[in-house]
Design a protein around this ligand. Structure first.
Ligand code: ATP
Length: 332
């Protein structure tokens, strides 16, 4: 459904350039519900705005379904935004018209798209648990109820992709949990692909997969264990996304997830800062491969496996990435 490769976004203000995304890779399967988690300024919103057709990437590849986001004309972009994608912001005001009722708010994007459908608008409001509030103006609804109206609006044009920027950011934790449950139900019932951007770690337990974004790059990924997903099949790990073997079983989000490090097509990965510090490396590491396992160590420390197959020294890049030939990806 979504395929980003080497995605770059540079913001230019006067004579300053900010690189918000610096060659990001991401693959999302059709029907997946996943979250992108990262600190403030890591590039989450930049990515979401590109996927939503609100902003143009500077370089790289970004494809959503049949749409190539770097090559779309203005007309195609309008069609894309109207038909393919639904957007939910943390700030409801961007989605909602305060003096209209909940039902009128949901019908509005349908009217703009030329396909008024009151029955479906009501169905959506029922799906988000607002059947009893349809006739109320927005000003008469609580923050959590308004957020649920925003979800219904985002789905009004039957998008195949739903993008949510901090959807639980402005509501209490119980309402946040309810919103995520609604997402899950919609995802199961309609098959809509859902991408949530957040720094709320509790979202992790409600999604199939979490991808961490750091300094404009996807760095680590956690996939819900099969047992934790009520025997649902784990959505396949796409070879194109270049995901490497399970490096650790460190349960960042609890025992429900397996942790992976993301490796791109040319074999680069980010070594967690804590590991670099523990190894006390500066600028270079030694890489060895015994035919099954790749070992990364500080220079000058002999390892038995260094005599093994594929021994090679590689340069460690400034941001903690290691550039290599891609052998590590095949190492299992
Ligand atoms: N319009 C813009 N002009 C200039 N710089 C920008 C612009 N938008 C974002 N940036 C910069 O790009 C980087 C990534 O910003 P982005 O908003 O994508 O991060 P984020 O992870 O969504 O952060 P937050 O969680 O605080 O919203 C930041 O350094 C930010 O200052």
């Amino acid at each position: 459904m979504i395929h980003c490769e080497g995605l770059v976004k540079i913001f230019k203000t006067d004579d300053v350039e900010v690189v918000a995304l610096q060659g990001l890779n991401l693959t999302v399967e059709q029907g997946e519900m996943m979250a992108i988690i990262g600190n403030s300024g890591s590039g989450k919103s930049s990515l979401l705005n590109i996927l939503g057709g609100l902003d143009k990437p500077s370089a790289g590849q970004a494809v959503v379904g049949k749409w190539d986001l770097l090559k779309m004309s203005k007309d195609q972009l309008v069609t894309y935004k109207r038909s393919e994608v639904g957007f939910i912001w943390q700030n409801n005001a961007r989605n909602l018209v305060p003096y209209l009722t909940a039902l009128q708010n949901v019908e509005l994007p349908m009217l703009i798209g030329g396909k008024a459908d009151r029955t479906y608008a009501k169905e959506l409001l029922r799906a988000v648990g607002l059947e009893h509030r349809m006739g109320n103006r927005l000003t008469q609804l609580s923050g959590g109820e308004q957020q649920r109206v925003a979800i219904a609006i985002a789905l009004a044009n039957r998008p195949r992709l739903l993008l949510a920027d901090e959807p639980t950011g402005s509501v209490d934790s119980a309402t946040g949990e309810r919103i995520l449950d609604i997402f899950r139900e919609l995802n199961r019932k309609t098959g809509v692909t859902i991408v949530i951007v957040t720094h709320d770690l509790s979202v992790a337990d409600k999604v199939d997969r979490v991808v961490a974004i750091r300094d404009g790059l996807t760095s680590t990924e956690w996939i819900m264990r099969q047992s934790a997903r009520d025997n649902e099949a784990i959505t396949g790990i796409d070879k194109d996304s270049g995901i490497v073997h399970d490096l650790t079983e460190r349960p960042i989000f609890g025992a429900r997830h397996e942790e992976f490090v993301v490796v791109d097509r040319v074999g680069r990965l980010q070594i967690p800062q804590a590991y670099l510090e523990a190894m006390n490396v500066e600028g270079k590491v030694v890489l060895s491969f015994d035919g099954t396992i790749v070992t990364i160590g500080p220079p000058g420390v002999p390892t038995e496996s260094r005599e093994g197959f594929g021994r090679e020294e590689r340069s460690h890049t400034e941001d903690g990435g290691v550039s290599g030939s891609g052998e590590s990806r095949r190492s299992g």
